[in-house]
Structure formats: structure tokens, C-alpha cells
Design a protein around this ligand. Structure first.
Ligand SMILES: C[S@@+](CC[C@H](N)C(=O)[O-])C[C@H]1O[C@@H](n2cnc3c(N)ncnc32)[C@H](O)[C@@H]1O
Length: 221
């Protein structure tokens, strides 16, 4: 638990309650509950995409913290997402970096986006970012990229940092058998890291069958 300022901001708390009620996909409900319960203030998201999750993280932090103290750091390929990477990373296409930068500037919080491949970018920026409260690993979905993201993220973790991996595929069948965080999560050393599966599994109908996905939370023991 990160220590927050004492007062709860009821405007942002009400907005948060409405978000929990309406959110889609539903697995994000537990995601925002954790941010609120742990009073997270400094965020790193790998895979910012359109910035909507970023804005929602900042708004959730405002329940417990003043706007000037909230920080959001984001990494995404943005315009550098080539058709080859789109398929190798099992990704979805983001808007331009400038569009997302402008949208996040309107939150009034400190926000900084880095355009590039997280495999090289995180190594360059992890000193600048320092330790964060909350890391969302949701960029490239290839096993190699997730492993590299995790390796870099460990340098930005304190004993209180919570890391959320998206896309742990439940009973994965062919197209997603070799992507996602399953292999990494299944091999984590549980004497060093506490691993818990967030409660909601989303299901999506795909041309090849049903895709079932959930999030995984990890912190140091
Ligand atoms: C599933 S989307 C992220 C969704 C967002 N986190 C959310 O919750 O709404 C994945 C994003 O990761 C980005 N991405 C994919 N591979 C990447 C890589 N190797 N480095 C950086 N970003 C990457 C894509 O451009 C895409 O915007």
C-alpha cells in the first residue's frame, strides 16, 4: 500500500464508481480497484495505445492524491507499428503519439510518452523513470517482448510496486498458444514474487474459437 494524502476526493471517487459499474472489458474492474485500494500515484504503462486507460489511471489516482503529484509514463510504438510488428506482437493499432500526448496533457497531470519499441526503449528510459507504484505490461504480446519488458520493469520496482500483466490466456488454443504472458508467469519464482490472478476472465469470440483472457498481479514478496 502506497501512502496517500488523507482526504478522499468524492468527485473522482464517484466517477470511479461509475467506471467500475460500466467498464468493458470487465477484467479492468479489478485493475482499477487495485489502483484505488493501493492508492497508486506513479504509473508506467507499456502499450499506451489510445491513452484511455492512462487517463482512467490518472483519474483513479486523483481520489487520493493531488493532481500535481500524479505521474504517468507511457511507452508505445505508435506510428512505428509496422504491419510485421502488428502481427508478431498480436497488437492493435494505436493513434499517433501526438494525438495521445495532446489528450493526456488535458488531464493536467505529469504525463510523458515514449515512442518506440519497448525492447530498446525501456533500457534507455528506466533510470529517468525511477521507481513507480504501478506497472501495466500490455505492449507487445510476443513471449520475447513480454520477457524483455519484465526484465526492464524489475529495475523500476520497489517493494510496494504492483505489476499487472494483461493477457494470460486461459486454455489457449492455436493462434494464442505461443503469445501472451502465460509462460513467464508460470515460471516466476514464487519465493521472490507473489502472483495472483485477477478474478474476471473476459471471453471474446474469434474466427478460430473463444479467446479467454485474464490479468495477473505480481509484486515482490
Ligand atoms: C493491447 S494495446 C494496449 C491497450 C491499452 N494498454 C489498454 O489497456 O487500453 C497494445 C499496444 O502495444 C503497442 N505495442 C505492441 N508491441 C510493442 C512494442 N514492442 N513496443 C512498444 N509498444 C508496443 C501497440 O502499438 C498497442 O498500442
Amino acid at each position: 500500500m502506497i501512502s496517500g494524502e488523507d482526504n478522499v476526493n468524492f468527485f473522482w471517487y464517484a466517477k470511479y464508481c461509475v467506471r467500475l459499474w460500466r467498464i468493458y472489458p470487465q477484467r479492468y474492474r479489478a485493475f482499477f480497484q487495485l489502483i484505488n485500494e493501493r492508492k497508486c500515484r506513479i504509473f508506467l504503462e507499456i502499450g499506451t495505445n489510445n491513452g484511455i486507460r492512462a487517463r482512467q489511471m490518472i483519474e483513479t489516482a486523483r481520489i487520493h492524491h493531488s493532481l500535481t503529484s500524479v505521474q504517468y509514463w507511457g511507452v508505445d510504438l505508435f506510428e512505428d507499428l509496422t504491419p510485421d510488428l502488428l502481427s508478431a506482437e498480436y497488437a492493435i493499432r494505436p493513434p499517433s503519439c501526438m494525438t495521445v500526448t495532446r489528450m493526456l496533457e488535458k488531464t493536467g497531470a505529469f504525463t510523458k510518452l515514449f515512442k518506440g519499441n519497448s525492447k530498446e526503449m525501456l533500457l534507455r528510459i528506466r533510470k529517468e523513470i525511477g521507481q513507480v507504484d504501478f506497472i501495466f505490461i500490455d505492449g507487445g504480446h510476443s513471449i520475447e517482448t513480454i520477457q524483455s519488458d519484465w526484465d526492464n520493469c524489475q529495475h523500476m520496482m520497489s517493494k510496494n510496486t504492483l505489476v499487472i500483466f494483461d493477457d494470460y490466456f486461459v486454455q489457449p488454443s492455436d493462434p494464442v498458444k505461443n503469445v501472451g504472458c502465460n509462460q513467464l508467469v508460470d515460471r516466476l519464482d514464487q519465493s521472490e514474487y507473489a502472483v495472483s490472478f485477477l478474478p474476471i476472465i473476459d471471453e471474446f469470440t474469434k474466427p478460430w474459437g473463444i479467446l479467454r483472457t485474464q490479468m495477473v498481479a505480481v509484486h515482490r514478496t
